[in-house]
Design a protein around this ligand. Structure first.
Ligand SMILES: NC(=O)c1ccc[n+]([C@@H]2O[C@H](COP(=O)([O-])OP(=O)(O)OC[C@H]3O[C@@H](n4cnc5c(N)ncnc54)[C@H](O)[C@@H]3O)[C@@H](O)[C@H]2O)c1
Length: 419
């Protein structure tokens, strides 16, 4: 029977296994089992009708041993401190795998943003930024978008923080609009990284993207950009979904038409209609026959029970933590190869790093330069994972954790413990 899912316990359990499999033996690991700081804030907001609501927000700073804290801000009605702790820990691991000089953090507000007007969302974002302003900054902690937040949200964070500091502070957030110092290629970077991960995996098996069938759960920033890039590189996207349900076409969906449709505010896939396209449930998207399954929505989607029913050959984790620990064991026994989140969705934080470097140096790079460097960094870290797979005879997830933990505990060891 599946255990009750606890994302933080999940990440700690996998870290413990990686310490063993990777023969990493140091007391410094104890430090990484806890975040450096957890901040909880209560955010009063005046609603459009004059009433006052108080929202709960979080910022968890897991580790800054390798560089400033870095991680997105999530708005979701089910967001909890425990979930944000897991997400912050994954960020430390992800930045270490990508070999970029950042630590890990994450933020969140427990709110269903669809129930708020744009003005209310703006006031909530500004109040949250004010509450966490003492602990963020271009050289301390740099937020970015995550679920239900976007470049507009980052523009509000940036402006509030800059007003408080009396000067423009573009380096305080990444994923901001290009007009405010954002980077070309950032918006699509996580989805692009998912496609790069898939290409690198397929190449290992002598296969190509063209003709590969793909199913994608979640058509938000990450899923829709991945879908578009897969489609334009000749893959056949057979199924996609959002919170309202899924679409399926065995011959391949017209992703350009679906993307145009989703560009309309509040559009849901449940209301999309086209010849040859059938409506299926979210679960059917996960279990449909395809070469590559891309979960790009939330945690805890591929459970042990779902893992037994999957009909894919590969999983590329675009979302953070979509697969439970129990499901991982089923996938391994069924021979389904999984590319783990802390590598597969690292394109976002890698291009966030490029954005931050451009801000600090007051430079702007061309899109091609950004995309080429992204591919180069991801290819290098994939090679690192493959060497550890060979060395430790383990899965790619275990290899990614081992690569990350070796860097993190080594940094802890040479620094030592203060005082
Ligand atoms: N935005 C980034 O740069 C970034 C970077 C790294 C990782 N991630 C991770 O990728 C995932 C998606 O993030 P995003 O930024 O695309 O969020 P988003 O808010 O833009 O999109 C989320 C999508 O998931 C869908 N969804 C929500 N619940 C669902 C369900 N139960 N079944 C099917 N679909 C569902 C939503 O309808 C939406 O299409 C998250 O796990 C996030 O942490 C995002």
């Amino acid at each position: 029977m599946s255990k009750l899912y606890d994302p933080y316990q999940n990440v700690i359990d996998v870290m413990e296994q990686a310490m063993e499999v990777g023969h990493i033996n140091t007391a410094m690991f104890e430090i990484l089992k806890n975040p450096q700081r957890e901040t909880k804030v209560y955010l009063p907001v005046e609603m459009d009708d004059g009433t006052v609501k108080v929202f709960e927000g979080y910022r968890v700073q897991h580790s800054n041993i390798r560089g400033p804290f870095k991680g997105g801000i999530r708005y979701h009605q089910d967001c909890t401190l425990n979930e944000v702790k897991a997400l912050a820990t994954w960020m430390s691991l992800k930045c270490a795998v990508a070999n970029i000089p950042y630590g890990g953090a994450k933020g969140g507000i427990r709110v269903d943003p669809k129930t708020l007007s744009k003005r209310e969302l703006c006031r909530l974002t500004r109040r949250y930024t004010f509450a966490i302003a003492p602990i963020i900054g271009a050289d301390t902690d740099i937020p970015a978008p995550d679920v239900n937040t976007n470049s507009q949200t980052m523009a509000w964070v940036l402006d509030t923080y800059s007003q408080l500091n009396g000067k423009p502070c573009p380096g305080v957030v990444t994923g901001k609009p290009i007009e405010l110092g954002g980077s070309r290629g950032r918006n699509s970077a996580t989805g692009r990284g998912v496609v790069i991960s898939t290409k690198l995996l397929l190449a290992q098996e002598g296969k190509e993207l063209a003709g590969t069938t793909v199913a994608i759960q979640g058509m938000g920033n990450v899923g829709s950009n991945a879908a578009r890039i897969f489609y334009h590189r000749g893959a056949t996207v057979v199924a996609v979904s959002d919170v309202s349900g899924g679409l399926y076409c065995a011959d391949g969906l017209d992703i350009d038409a679906i993307s145009d449709y989703l560009a309309t505010p509040d559009a849901l896939l449940a209301d999309y209609n086209a010849d040859g396209v059938s409506h299926i449930s979210n679960e059917e998207v996960l279990t449909c026959t395809c070469d590559v399954l891309v979960p790009a929505a939330l945690e805890n989607q591929i459970t042990e029970e779902i893992a037994h029913r999957l009909s894919c050959t590969y999983i590329v984790e675009a979302a953070n933590g979509p697969t439970t620990e129990d499901a991982d064991r089923v996938l391994a026994s069924r021979g389904i190869t999984l590319v783990p989140d802390i590598f597969a969705n690292s394109g976002g934080v890698i291009v966030s790093y490029f954005e931050w470097v451009q801000n600090i140096q007051e430079l702007t790079w061309e899109r091609d330069q950004v995309n080429e460097m992204l591919e180069k960094l991801m290819s290098r870290s994939f090679d690192d994972l493959l060497s550890v797979v060979d060395e430790c005879h383990c899965t790619l997830r275990m290899a990614a954790y081992i690569v990350a933990l070796r860097k993190l505990v080594y940094a802890e060891e040479i620094k030592g413990i203060f005082p």
